[in-house]
Design a protein around this ligand. Structure first.
Ligand code: NAP
Length: 281
């Protein structure tokens, strides 16, 4: 079994991006990223802090906009408009989840697709489906980067994704399809999931169900990518895969933590640098 070390891979990607950013700065281009955080969801605060740290490491300028959880939709949209118009800002990210009274889809749509480094604007979602150059949402992008970095073949392989969220499962369908995998998607209404996963060369779990995928559900030698992040009663993190058992059967497997998580942030950084380059062509 080979452990796919997302932490190490992400570190290499960040260090290459730092070189890119240093080069851009020599040409007077200073990549800048703006994050909007609404309310004080503790998990969101951690995610935002990690993004800030990655920006600091790479040399990307970082601005945070903290909005109270009773902010109106109009106020949120007007902040997005302001950031869209600000030529010094290359990438904008709206941290989810949002308080219930705010329409997240309307907000994502308002972010200029050229600054939409999270890849959630419908224009980027559509471009991804059409196989056009776009900002790919960071977690699926990170999954593909990991498979490529470990030379895991995708073309002609049977890939099964468990989870169909707009941020992970759905964009990952397009990413795997564009690499010529045969893709099956499972969700909460899928019957006999184990019979589907057992046949797969690649299984990606993105469910939020601790240790759901067991050894009897996977094929010997399969590649297992665990997107799930779950906090257990003892405070520790675990994925959607029962790592101890599945790792004995898998050919390649990602750990949690240290797998997809760091890659998601590295891909966000890559998208910001790409945005800065595109906007300063
Ligand atoms: P989500 O929006 O809650 O979607 C979960 C998906 O899993 C849904 O499609 C759901 O099916 C499916 N599902 C739930 N229970 C199932 C079951 N018993 N059998 C089959 N399918 C089931 O979650 P998400 O935002 O995609 O996140 C998924 C997990 O990934 C979470 O643990 C999250 O924390 C983690 N995550 C990690 C990263 C990272 O960087 N590593 C990034 C994003 C998310 P239905 O559609 O039928 O409800």
């Amino acid at each position: 079994m080979v452990l796919i070390d997302g932490k190490k891979l992400a570190k290499t990607i960040r260090s290459n991006l730092k070189k890119d950013v240093d080069e851009l700065k020599k040409n007077g281009i200073h990549p800048k990223f703006a994050v909007i955080l609404v309310g004080d969801d503790p998990a969101s605060k951690i995610y935002v802090r990690n993004k800030n740290r990655a920006c600091e490491e790479i040399g990307i300028e970082y601005e945070e906009y903290l909005l109270k959880d009773d902010v109106s939709m109009e106020e949120l949209l007007s902040l997005i408009d302001k950031l869209n118009e600000d030529k010094t800002i290359n990438g904008i990210l709206l941290q989810s989840p949002l308080p219930k009274h705010l329409d997240i889809n309307k907000a994502f749509k308002r972010i200029n697709y050229k600054k939409d480094v999270d890849g959630f604007n419908p224009i980027n979602v559509g471009k991804l489906a059409l196989g056009q150059d776009c900002f790919v949402s960071c977690t699926p992008y990170g999954v593909i980067k990991m498979l490529d970095a470990y030379n895991i073949p995708i073309e002609g392989k049977k890939a099964v994704i468990i989870g169909r969220s707009n941020i992970v499962g759905k964009p990952l369908i397009q990413c795997l399809l564009s690499k010529n995998a045969t893709v099956t998607v499972c969700h909460s209404k899928t019957k006999d999931i184990e019979n589907i996963t057992k046949d797969a060369d690649i299984v990606v779990t993105a469910m939020g169900k601790p240790k759901f995928l067991k050894a009897n559900m996977v094929k010997e030698g399969a590649t297992i990518i665990d997107v799930g992040i779950n906090r257990m009663d003892n405070g520790k993190l675990c994925g959607d895969v029962d790592f101890e058992n599945v790792s004995e059967k898998a050919g390649y497997i990602t750990p949690v933590p240290g797998g997809v998580g760091p890659m998601t942030i590295a891909m966000l950084m890559e998208n910001i640098v790409k945005a800065a380059k595109m906007q300063n062509k």
